[in-house]
Design a protein around this ligand. Sequence first.
Ligand SMILES: CCNC(=O)c1c(-c2ccccc2)csc1NC(=O)CNCCc1c[nH]c2ccccc12
Length: 327
Amino acid sequence: CQTGEVAADPQLYDQSYLSPVTIGNSELMLDFDTGSADLWCFSTESPAVQSAGHGLYNPSTGTELDGAFWDITYGDQSAASGNVFADKVVVGGVTATKQAIEAATSVSYEFTEDVASDGLLGLAFSSINTILPQPQTTFFDTVRNTLAKAVFTVDLKKGAAGSYTFGYIDSSKYSGAITYVPVNTANGFWQFTADGYSGGGNNASTGRGGVAIADTGTSLLYLPASVAKGYYSGVQGASFDFRQGGYTLPCSATPPDFNVAIGGKTFTVPGSYINYAPLRAGSSTCFGGIQADSGIGFSIFGDVFLKAVYAIFDDSGSSPKLGFAAQ
Ligand SMILES: CCNC(=O)c1c(-c2ccccc2)csc1NC(=O)CNCCc1c[nH]c2ccccc12
């Protein structure tokens, strides 16, 4: 019965969080991503111009999955593709003896320029793994039956190291009760329904909830356009900036707290989390941590929300469920 814990180290402005993973005989820093289901990394097969500065997986320790290839494009149009090997993966002491490793032979510039990250470790459902002709399992699915309990937990923090645990819930990481909600796996995400929102100007149109996913791989909190608009209507100097493609606000502003009702419980995102980051180094205008989910089709509870709670991704019962608790 395996259990394990691994640190989640924040990158600049908490844009992403990286965790150490041993693959074959290399240790790489991967971005654990509950919004996708591919474990991919830069490799000795990646073009040097794309992989400069990154840790590389050397497939010589693995076994090639003949004829298997992968190709992923994320909603922000970043992308990566390559071939597949089976190798040993260890995360915080939890070992998968034969895990599908997606070695990159091509990556887009977003990943090339993010030199701290050596790849992603997907924790969404294996149904959206992109390997063809036969999709493979995520790390969590591969080790699930060997875990003390088929769960993993997410404890991200603002500007500080958090952690992921596998196989157990750490009662020292939260206060009060855990509120569980059912998960709809139809789209391969940890998808749930939020009851409603409040906080900010005109109280962010409370009442109207909606479909949302819990996504550690997305930095911000994407909400229905009416909720985002309502929230910023109460923030002096905030506006929707078409050129930036989102809401901006003065970096000097302290925006109001934002409340989310889930499973009948209210969780609060401190206003300081919503003054996200300067548009560019030295700018006095900041990008908002809440943005509109227009065109996405559902809301995304990314890191801006997840670092305000302790989140339990539970696949131990007859159907998956999500738990949230105050930190
Ligand atoms: C902004 C990243 N998020 C998305 O594109 C996304 C969308 C999505 C769909 C349409 C438009 C905008 C977003 C739906 S679920 C979802 N979530 C994911 O795709 C989770 N994986 C993100 C991995 C990822 C994409 N670009 C990066 C840059 C740095 C580190 C990680 C990443």
